[in-house]
Design a binder for this molecule. Structure first.
Ligand SMILES: Nc1ncnc2c1ncn2[C@@H]1O[C@H](COP(=O)(O)OP(=O)(O)OP(=O)(O)O)[C@@H](O)[C@H]1O
Ligand SMILES: [Mg+2]
Length: 261
């Protein structure tokens, strides 16, 4: 379960978000709040609009209407790279990794603000750059260990399974030392033993102050990690509350059963 000391200050909050795709109201006047220090869940039947909501929160797509605030700043007009620099990163439902680079190179590419990116600093601060690269490589290898991919560090990312790519994406997101990480179905396609390990890591990262928003169909993962859960159905907010409240909520049960019927 998430860090109980999570404050009520919303690190991320969105209100009135709308997104239409050619007549389909993928997200329809949705709101969400992610308290600083929490592990917050986002659930809902297939096609409920969860990934679209992530895309709106992280500015990968622009809302038709609505506001998004991160760390006290309105961000809905900012490009995703600026939002990442502010400390919010996300992973994708279908992982996006660079197949022709090694797993370790994929990790190193994610690191931000390196001295070696600046022409003048390259000329005058060679020693600093070498030190920084060494520290980054050590950090990358430690994170790969924590997502169960240390043994793959020097393999091409293209050779990883779907589940392993998801773990690599999570590792890449953590390279940037974010305040908030949005995970789109982190457990999908990952073998069950590793899912338990990843949950333990998420709890440990959360205890160190990192906030999470997690989309997941695996209810064991949601129930064991989250201190609050938001439910979407047909683009709209259906409910929010503790995992126990959500499990007992008849509207939520109906939405899920309605879909599978
Ligand atoms: N780029 C797009 N163009 C057109 N329709 C889209 C687009 N992206 C999503 N949709 C539609 O919007 C709705 C919400 O999709 P979304 O992927 O956000 O759902 P989801 O809750 O993430 O579902 P799942 O659990 O299956 O991942 C669906 O009807 C989907 O077909
Ligand atoms: Mg989705």
């Amino acid at each position: 379960m998430a860090n109980n000391e999570s404050s009520q200050f919303p690190l991320l909050s969105a209100t009135g978000l709308c997104k239409n795709f050619g007549g389909i109201k993928a997200v329809d006047n949705a709101e969400i709040q992610v308290p600083s220090g929490s592990i917050t869940g986002l659930i809902g039947p297939n096609g409920a609009g969860k990934t679209t909501l992530f895309n709106l929160l992280s500015s990968f797509i622009r809302p038709d209407k609505g506001r998004v605030t991160f760390d006290g700043e309105p961000i809905q007009q900012l490009p995703p790279y600026q939002i990442a620099q502010m400390g919010m990163v996300r992973t994708f439902q279908v992982a996006r990794t660079l197949s022709r680079l090694s797993v370790l190179e994929n990790m190193l590419l994610a690191a931000q603000k390196q001295t070696g990116e600046n022409f003048w600093q390259v000329q005058f601060q060679q020693h600093k750059i070498v030190q920084e690269q060494k520290a980054l490589k050590e950090r990358a290898l430690l994170l790969l260990e924590s997502v169960g991919l240390a043994h793959k560090a020097y393999d091409y990312a293209g050779g990883l399974s779907g589940g392993q790519r998801k773990l690599l994406e999570m590792g890449r997101a953590l390279m940037t030392e974010p305040k908030l990480i949005l995970l789109d179905e982190p457990a999908a396609g990952v073998n069950p033993r590793l899912i338990d390990e990843i949950c333990d890591r998420i709890i440990a990262w959360n205890k160190n102050g990192m906030t999470f928003l997690i989309i997941e169909h695996n209810m064991d993962v949601i129930m064991s990690l989250c201190n609050q859960v938001w439910v979407l159905a047909e683009g709209r907010n259906l409910a929010n509350g503790t995992p126990e409240e959500i499990q007992r909520n008849s509207k939520v049960l109906e939405a899920y059963l309605g879909k599978s019927a």
